[in-house]
Design a protein around this ligand. Sequence first.
Ligand code: ATP
Ligand code: ZN
Length: 288
Amino acid sequence: MSGNLKLALQKKGRLTEKSLELLSLCGLDIENYSERLVVSVRNFPMDILFLRDDDIPEYVQDGVADIGIVGENVVSEKQTQSLILEKLGFGRCSLLFAYPEGKEIKKIEDINEKTIATTYPRILKEYLRTNNLNAKVIELRGSVEIAPSLGVADLICDIVSTGNTLMMNKLKKSFKVFDSQAVLISAAGELKDERKNDVLRDLLRRIRSVKTAHSSKYLMMNIPKESLDKIIGIIPSLKSPTVLHLADENMLAVHAVIPSDKFWEIIEDLKSAGASGVLLLPIENLIQ
Ligand code: ATP
Ligand code: ZN
């Protein structure tokens, strides 16, 4: 194989599309990857390996891949010496306890002496140990949510995002063990190849820029001249807003980059202060 940086991605699953989308927002032009194990990136010295997500931490540790994108839940469960380089903000989910009717878990001690089915035995056992709880752990490969109705376990400890699967199986959410999202990992320590290190630094810079851009929006509006101080006081801008003259000399245009989630909090105040023609635009990249 080439001397390119090797990135492991989940072959087919919940993280695949979002991972590829992130890379594409980073400006990487990825070859059509359908059903191939390795594809190269046309405009970046990187190859992508498509693997089962459970194998990614180990392949990264063994140097088969230099870096990987995988859920924090998998990283923790595999207990490899992986280094989390960056949290990626997608693939969010939680590992939590869920119980069927009649097996209520009101306080965490109610777990004592119960049988718990999970696909995350290591994380669960660690949790039981640190909380001084004593329960029997049953390790399953999948379909944990049906274990209580089969009489295999009293409750389950499983990954949940929306909670739909739990609802369908008449299970109720209880205590949370772990919050997870997709992360970029490498093996512990720097990459030995200096050229690969440079490529990795470039990739990380691009990923961070995409992340900031996505949590920010470009806000534009027109305001009466006399409202300027008031408007500037309302805008939670990352930098000082841009103020432009308009043909109508009683009016100004104000532009600013704001955190996306603040827009709905400030829009009414902006309007009361006289703002009109308010526009909110997405930002593709943001270098700070
Ligand atoms: P593979 O065939 O690669 O082993 P998988 O079935 O183990 O796939 P997926 O279900 O595709 O894995 O989930 C991949 C990752 O997505 C999980 O490890 C977790 O980090 C994240 N994730 C987000 N939401 C959920 C969810 N509702 N259920 C399971 N995983 C989720
Ligand atoms: Zn898996």
